[in-house]
Design a protein around this ligand. Sequence first.
Ligand code: PMP
Length: 282
Amino acid sequence: RIVYVNGAYLPEEEAKISIFDRGFIFGDGIYEVSAVIGGKLVDCEAHLARLERSCGEIRLALPWSKAELVAIHEELIRRNNLDEGGIYLQVSRGAADRDFPFPKDVQPTLVLFTQARNFVDAPGAKTGIKVVSTPDLRWARRDIKSVNLLAPVLAKQFALESGAQEAWLTEDGVVTEGASSTAWIVKGKTLISRPLSHKVLPGITRKAVLAYLAESGFTFEEREFTLEEALDAEEAFITSATSLVMPVTSIDGHTIHNGAPGPTALRLREIYIDYARKGGVL
Ligand code: PMP
């Protein structure tokens, strides 16, 4: 695999960053994950807009333009001959002797790599995935896509050990979001997902699904829902750049939609895949 690090395209074994990198020492960095489907980047502009916003919120000035960042993505797709998979981008405040405040005259570190994966033919798309709930232990600015992922790591490990594929994080009985996805439930023709705030990451896939609602004949009710309500839902699903739209068929061992993917989730997945194949529009 050819990866990108600070201006260079290198075989992954040769790519190196400093042990003093603030991403490593403090988690002082931001990341993004975009999908490639059929060799095309999906909603790259929207992911980069979110990257710029996240960096702005932590006062990390990005020395690269959006166009330069898109070009790096495209070059990695080309060099790795990537047809389907994810592209991970991480920017940190750079490497400097360890001290909490921002270092002076330090260049941010930029790393990108690809991960070839089957997103469209993911096994969960046919069977649905299992979800378990766990308390949301994250910080108060989850709208910033920071590289501090210890709480999601623990939640995902709990999910794995529970035989599930995703964790739904809860706070005062309310589902905030998935450990790495937006959480949705369905009532009739209505899709329910919580409003954006500092408590959740503003999902790009969420935005794309909403942009297509009118066309698909569904309505959107933007509100919080409790875990209890989710256990009783007609359908449930998650969205993210890498899971696309993924039906949920079990929550905490309670079967959803008789344990089979629901028609709403499957229809939205189909619409989203068509949209993604064109590279998205956001
Ligand atoms: N919430 C969290 C906590 C996430 O990590 C992700 C994945 N980036 C999402 C939601 C979904 O965001 P997106 O649709 O932009 O991938």
